[in-house]
Design a protein around this ligand. Structure first.
Ligand code: SAM
Length: 221
């Protein structure tokens, strides 16, 4: 379940899209963003379900299913349009065991126990909101499960400045409802997630991108 998706599978997913814009975005994102394959590798062999916080239009769930990952996947996002798109993609594709909920991660998360994924949303949160989201997410990681996070890390690199510019571009083009508020640093993950009883590792996840993205994996052993 580690190989990237074939061109034929990408095309099949793209054809599920309702609009040309969504089709173009879906293919470009699934083809170029290294995060989906990285999460798939981290979840290889897992039997616990997945909660995807800030799931967007649900691309991770489609990537996991097409990679042979069979446990249930629940997506959670505060953007009603994206949740509707995710539900429509699942319906058109006939995928089983994928569900989507609308809600704001600042005010609470659904009841859940398993693996938890958070991709690219922490920068929209104030520092105290980041810490409480990490605590809430960690409390939903079951024994043997993982909390998998992709985030831009705040540091002095050029990559960091390009990451900030990219997020503002997403805001001005209306792809994102909000601009970035604060990028977390490595120490936040190490302190909050260790205190929650998880073993934490942080590694660069640059792929072919200019962004300062990192993968944070916290395991409950
Ligand atoms: C950059 S997108 C990432 C989408 C998805 N995780 C992916 O990688 O394909 C960030 C997502 O987080 C969602 N989001 C931002 N703040 C949120 C919040 N407070 N509660 C729930 N979702 C949020 C946005 O609506 C958006 O879909």
């Amino acid at each position: 379940m580690n190989a990237p998706l074939s061109a034929a599978v990408l095309k099949r997913i793209a054809l599920l899209s309702a609009t040309r814009h969504e089709r173009f975005y879906t293919v470009a994102k699934l083809r170029s963003d290294p995060v989906y394959a990285a999460v798939t590798r981290e979840l290889a062999g897992a039997s616990l379900p997945v909660l995807d916080i800030g799931c967007g239009i649900g691309l991770l769930a489609l990537y996991l299913r097409e990679s042979g990952f069979t446990p249930a996947i629940a997506g959670f996002d505060y953007d009603v349009r994206k949740i509707a798109s995710a539900q429509a993609l699942v319906k058109r594709g006939g995928y089983e065991g994928l569900s989507y909920m609308n809600g704001d991660a600042r005010t609470g998360l659904p009841d859940f126990s398993g693996n938890v994924v958070i991709l690219d949303i922490l920068q929209f949160f104030a520092p105290e909101e980041q810490a409480s989201l990490l605590q809430a997410a960690a409390s939903r990681v079951a024994q043997g499960g993982k909390l998998i996070i992709r985030t831009g890390l705040r540091d002095a690199s050029l990559r960091f400045h390009i990451t900030v510019a990219g997020d503002w571009l997403a805001k001005v083009t209306h792809w994102m409802k909000e601009g970035p508020v604060c990028y977390p640093d490595r120490a936040l993950f190490e302190s909050v997630l260790s205190a929650a009883g998880l073993r934490v590792r942080v590694q660069p996840l640059w792929g072919g991108t200019p962004f300062n993205n990192h993968l944070v994996v916290a395991e409950r052993e």
